[in-house]
Design a protein around this ligand. Structure first.
Ligand SMILES: Nc1ncnc2c1ncn2[C@@H]1O[C@H](COP(=O)(O)OP(=O)(O)OP(=O)(O)O)[C@@H](O)[C@H]1O
Ligand SMILES: [Mg+2]
Length: 209
């Protein structure tokens, strides 16, 4: 459907072109919502089988970060990726699903960091696990909202993020994926921002249900 609207847009101008752009944008939103919903339902009814692959999570984070270059430039946000001198960080898990987690944490950091703010991604090795932290400067998550943000559809509705049209499924999906990996995860308010973190095993068996 989107490609038809895009072709139509190319042959229009003025108001008509604007309308087709709205159709394309809405189409993308609906398709993200459907994919997220299907993903969440599958996680909840246990019909997701995790792959167990070895992959370099540092490389995965670098690839995901590149997707946000334009938004980061626009918001004049600086990003530091600190892997404590490690050039490769090998872990075991479902690469595609863990990429979704990384992407959800990064997209939130990019959305909620203030203009001119900072994002920092830390990667540590902790015995048999790797700890990934995604930190963004900006407002804290107020009151007891912080206890509910991992619930499906939960959004802290403040005027500063009304412009951002997420559906509130990203963290619920991330939580489901991390629980299936037996991975600890969480969120902490900092002095000047928030930190989301998760752990992933370096090697070995992860839980399949
Ligand atoms: N880095 C962050 N800083 C401040 N608030 C955050 C941050 N990450 C998440 N939140 C809050 O948690 C809520 C839930 O996040 P979640 O990723 O599940 O949904 P979303 O980003 O609103 O939508 P979606 O991820 O489905 O596109 C957000 O709406 C926001 O209120
Ligand atoms: Mg999100």
């Amino acid at each position: 459907m989107n490609s038809y609207a895009e072709v139509l847009g190319d042959s229009c101008d003025g108001d008509k072109k604007n309308y087709t752009e709205v159709i394309v944008e809405e189409g993308k939103n609906i398709s993200k919502l459907l994919n997220d919903l299907i993903g969440l339902i599958k996680l909840e009814d246990n019909s997701v089988d995790l792959n167990s692959e070895k992959f370099d999570i540092l490389e995965l984070i670098k690839i995901n970060l590149r997707k946000y270059r334009l938004d980061l430039d626009e918001k004049k946000v600086g990003v530091i990726l600190d892997s404590k001198g490690m050039e490769e960080v090998w872990v075991t898990g479902d690469k595609f699903r863990l990429s979704q987690v990384v992407n959800n944490f990064l997209s939130n950091a990019v959305s909620y960091v203030e203009n001119g703010g900072k994002i920092r991604v830390n990667i540590y090795k902790k015995q048999e696990r790797v700890l990934v932290e995604v930190i963004n400067s900006g407002p804290k998550i107020s009151g007891n909202h912080i206890d509910y943000i991992w619930e499906p559809f939960y959004k802290v509705d403040e005027s500063r993020n009304r412009k951002y049209g997420g559906t509130g499924l990203g963290l619920a999906i991330s939580k489901g994926i991390l629980e299936k990996h037996g991975s600890e995860h969480g969120v902490v308010n900092l002095e000047d921002g928030v930190k989301f973190w998760f752990e992933v095993k370096i090697r070995g068996e992860q839980q399949s249900t």
